[in-house]
Write a protein that binds this ligand. Sequence first.
Ligand SMILES: Cc1cc2nc3c(=O)[nH]c(=O)nc-3n(C[C@H](O)[C@H](O)[C@H](O)COP(=O)(O)OP(=O)(O)OC[C@H]3O[C@@H](n4cnc5c(N)ncnc54)[C@H](O)[C@@H]3O)c2cc1C
Ligand code: SF4
Length: 329
Amino acid sequence: MQAFAYGKASDIVEALAEASAPDTVFLAGGTELLNWLRLGIVKPARVIDIGRLEGLTGVSRLPDGGLHIGALTRLNDVALDDDVARDYPVLSEAILQSASAQLRNLATVGGNPLQKTRCGYFRSEAILPCNKRWPGSGCSALHGFNDKHAIFGWSQACVATQPSDPANALAALDAVYVTDHRDGSRRIKAEDLHRLPGETPHIENTLRDGELIVGIELPGPAPHSAYLKLRERQSYEYAVVSAAVALDLQGDSIRRASIALGGVAHKPWRLVEAELALAGIVLGDAPAIRKALDTSFATARPLTHNAYKVPLAKNAAERAIRLAAARGS
Ligand SMILES: Cc1cc2nc3c(=O)[nH]c(=O)nc-3n(C[C@H](O)[C@H](O)[C@H](O)COP(=O)(O)OP(=O)(O)OC[C@H]3O[C@@H](n4cnc5c(N)ncnc54)[C@H](O)[C@@H]3O)c2cc1C
Ligand code: SF4
């Protein structure tokens, strides 16, 4: 591990000022960052501990009926909050299926979406070609072990997937990340936080250097919502494929569907075409639902070892729609 300077910020102004120095990273729960430091994935000059900043924890109701979640709220505190569990089951379920109870007691809801890919080449202690870790070195997974990698939106430079479960739920909920920076604050739609790899897979999200996520806003309640996570073992494991679904129902029909898949792309992957095709479909019409989902899989591009993800993801989305429809009734 490379030595770094450590500092603690006591308020947001101080955190933003400290973060204006080059090569500085924030430390929230530290459950991801400390692994990166140990593996040499990041080598910052300075680490600013934001873990105890005032005013960035807790869940509160917004005037429009939505919810505000402070970025430093621990994952378990979000998932077990009464309003979140009742009104946004997709988020509560996504969190409770993430990591372990011990990790969720430490990890924050603002740090979670910023975790890095689980691609084995990227995390390897051996030096292997990986454009995300060493830009320009190549991608070992493109023609190597790629059974866990992307089927949508990948490039020749990188075929990795993003691993956060809550990020998928937040994308399906049309949530917004609220940020602060020395040049001003911003609102970033959840589905726009992560980037596709393109030619620069080492640039993973749309945050500026030194930009702090201060909170997450959820629109009005989504009681008909659900998270389905498929993994190789039933606990303490990342998703092979997951589906976050939020439905707006009118009687037995779908008025509006919102679907974000995990484990299939470098970002939560919204099924935009399927969402449009599902509008007006009766919940009992399984063939129509499957046909609507097919419209989004026309652009799937599986790699040598992950064609199984196409039917798996389609079935996950269909099952999550059924789970979401059964909720809140
Ligand atoms: C063994 C293991 C299993 C796991 N399994 C899962 C899983 O199944 N599903 C899942 O979703 N996650 C899983 N995780 C990931 C875990 O949930 C994340 O490590 C955690 O949520 C990160 O939050 P943190 O507060 O600890 O972030 P940190 O480690 O403190 O920070 C992570 C990154 O985010 C940045 N950051 C943190 N907070 C902010 C902020 N407010 N604004 C701007 N930048 C910020 C940091 O600078 C750093 O770059 C697992 C982790 C481990 C170790
Ligand atoms: S998929 Fe991305 S992270 Fe994995 S080896 Fe290729 S470039 Fe690296």
